[in-house]
Design a protein around this ligand. Structure first.
Ligand SMILES: [Zn+2]
Length: 306
């Protein structure tokens, strides 16, 4: 089955026409398009049938594997990353209107769950169906309602001007064409609403430690060099987060401006940094402390208003 409330939000990601739910699948109303989409355990699979780009394929494969052994527990007390993102989102999520909260690249959707508890209608999109099934299970256990859609952030299956708040935490860096995904986020965001995003920053952290996890700095020459090293020489072995870029402040600012956002604000995003490469806690503590100095900031936040 498909909830009628969710059906009203969806469009065909290929031609953006409406969809009909018939015989257990979604069919594009545009006869010239004729696309159909299956539904897997109430989750519509809205990935167009064209071949996925290699960057998205890699990201998909790596995250699907990582989510396959992720914990279903929502432990706000001990999950430092979740504490930071939840605190951050709540500063800006539009609690006055309680419009639809949308998480782009939601994974297990634990932030969405915390907002659903507060009465928000929540929608999560991810390319990983395994993660979405787990997210659904978490919501069911917690007695909350959430809508999940499997799709590509570069051609999202949602109506224009739909969402009251969008959170894209650590997701837009996973495409080689960043502008197209940010344009899509702009399209589905309601007017006078805010997009909250976090991305890796080109800094002494991402240029050193970040290279151990295959980060690609989105800077002319460096990008080509890093792609050659990571993809050709190391055969993607180090790219544990899939295809992942870091940006200069100027670059990411320009992308948001080109995508049509009117007001753009940014700053350091201080969060508990998962440091996988080193096991020693002392080394981890030193890296985390260094990352608080300006030349080493690993992440920035962007708040962008439509
Ligand atoms: Zn269509």
């Amino acid at each position: 089955m498909l909830d009628s409330k969710l059906l009203k939000m969806l469009v065909c990601p290929v031609c953006r026409n409406g969809l009909d739910f018939k015989h257990g699948q979604l069919r594009c109303r545009n006869a010239a398009c004729g696309a159909t989409y299956t539904i897997n355990e109430d989750i519509p699979i809205m990935i167009p049938s064209h071949k996925l780009t290699s960057d998205l394929e890699l990201t998909w494969e790596r995250w699907e594997r990582s989510y396959s052994h992720a914990s279903l527990a929502v432990d706000l007390e001990h999950d430092r990353g979740l504490q930071d993102s939840n605190r951050f989102i709540r500063q800006y999520a539009n609690s006055r209107k309680k419009g639809i909260y949308f998480e782009a690249g939601c994974g297990l959707a634990k932030n969405a769950l915390l907002l659903a508890r507060d009465g928000f209608t929540v929608v999560g999109l991810d390319i990983c169906i395994g993660a979405l099934k787990k997210a659904k299970e978490i919501f069911q256990r917690e007695g909350q309602r959430g809508f999940f859609v499997c799709g590509d952030m570069n051609c999202m299956p949602f109506r224009d001007d739909l969402f009251g708040t969008i959170y894209a935490g650590g997701s837009i860096e996973h495409f080689s064409d960043t502008l197209s995904s940010v344009k899509e986020l702009h399209r589905v965001l309601a007017k006078n609403s805010i997009l909250i995003a976090t991305v890796p920053l080109v800094s002494l952290s991402t240029l050193t430690y970040g290279q151990l996890s295959g980060n690609i700095p989105d800077v002319p020459f460096l990008r080509q060099l890093a792609e050659f090293i990571q993809i050709r020489l190391f055969k993607k072995r180090l790219m544990i987060y899939g295809y992942e870029k870091s940006f200069t402040i100027r670059k990411i600012y320009n992308i948001f401006q080109k995508a049509g956002f009117s007001e753009i604000e940014y700053g350091p995003y201080h969060t508990h940094w998962e440091i996988k490469f080193f096991r020693n806690n002392y080394v981890k503590r030193i890296i985390r402390r260094i990352s608080r100095c300006r030349p080493f900031w690993p992440f920035i936040y962007i708040l962008a208003e439509k």
